[in-house]
Design a protein around this ligand. Sequence first.
Ligand code: SF4
Ligand code: SF4
Length: 434
Amino acid sequence: MQTNFTLAQLADPDTAVSESILRKCVHCGFCTATCPTYVLLGDELDSPRGRIYLLKEMLEQGKPATAQTVRHIDRCLSCLACMTTCPSGVHYMHLVDHGRAHIERTYTRPLLDRALRALVALILPRPWLFRLSLVGAWLAKPAAAVMPRRLRAMLRLAPAALPRRSPVDQPRIFPAEGTRRLRVALLAGCAQTVLAPQINEATVRLLNRLGCDVAVAPGAGCCGSLVHHMGRTDESHDAAAANIKAWLALWDGRGPERVVINTSGCGLTVKNYGHMLRTDPRWSAPAARISAMARDVSELVEELGLPAGLARSGMPALTVAYHSACALQHGQKITATPKELLAAAGFRVADIPEPHLCCGSAGTYNLLEPEIAEQLRDRKVANIERVRPDVIAAGNIGCMTQIASGTRVPVLHTVELLDWATGGPKPPALTRVT
Ligand code: SF4
Ligand code: SF4
């Protein structure tokens, strides 16, 4: 694609990156076939190619974003299916991230939209506030029918009961069983610690069993992805810097050998810290170091290897529908590993139709664009239920919450099943199944 940026514009490092991305696009349109919003809406401007044109125009003109551009960029899930499909290697993720930051800087949203986004950016990354807001959500549920559409969507996603606080999410080091093989920092996360603390508990048990010291670092918190995808660059960079500092201070300053993440969107963001902070003289080198040691939990378990002769006696042979979260399959290019681990642990893994399509969760998307999100969820659930699974597994709390809101089949994190298969407790969600 031909571009017309001025030399002054190209002096900005983000614009220079976007220009090189834009030049790779050859307008072939292959990406439209796998874009969830184009598949649903059939509008070229809701396809990757259409959005790339809109972003090019907006960034080249250097003017405030228009309402039309904002509408179509907001509808993008950042699922990155287009990056998997594109034969020309167009890095849509960095382009749309830049576009969103430009929108956030230059566009004044309607008041309600602004308020809602500010609320989401304030609450979700702070577990104590999120916990408090869920109590508020229960109180507000009876009045849901008269509330605006987006608030209704938020109330609908609030869980029926709040799990207890987990000791695993407090800063400390959980020692390896037997000989230590690796020092691992765990990103405890933010919303996940409130919604499903059992995921971190299973992760710690499994990694301890496989010979890892696992540390939850004091001072580490949200990875920054929630605000990053809303174009709030400064806040996301601050979150990244706080985590990097906290992790590198572990083990008396020796730092970890791996950073493990069990939420795929957060994992993608931590792997992107090096890019996010590349122009910051203080943080660029530490950020690149952290990104290089970041691993999804499935990658790390594959590296360590599951123990031979798993304790499967007496366990039922369950059929698992594995939902591949977008940030894992399209963002981190991790596709086979979780399924292979589940199969090695003795589960029957069923392939679901249209595995490339997003479930509609996409970070805060199901809160901000609930109508499209609901259509995608229903399509995903229908595809999953077609294979008649006993249980659904996914590597992302967002997908788990979204899918669980549309099905009665239990939804677990992959790591909960692997922990169970290697000697951990049976996940409570499976009581009904087994
Ligand atoms: S990230 Fe997903 S929704 Fe956005 S343009 Fe690409 S395929 Fe479409
Ligand atoms: S597939 Fe790649 S090159 Fe083709 S239009 Fe989409 S982004 Fe551009």
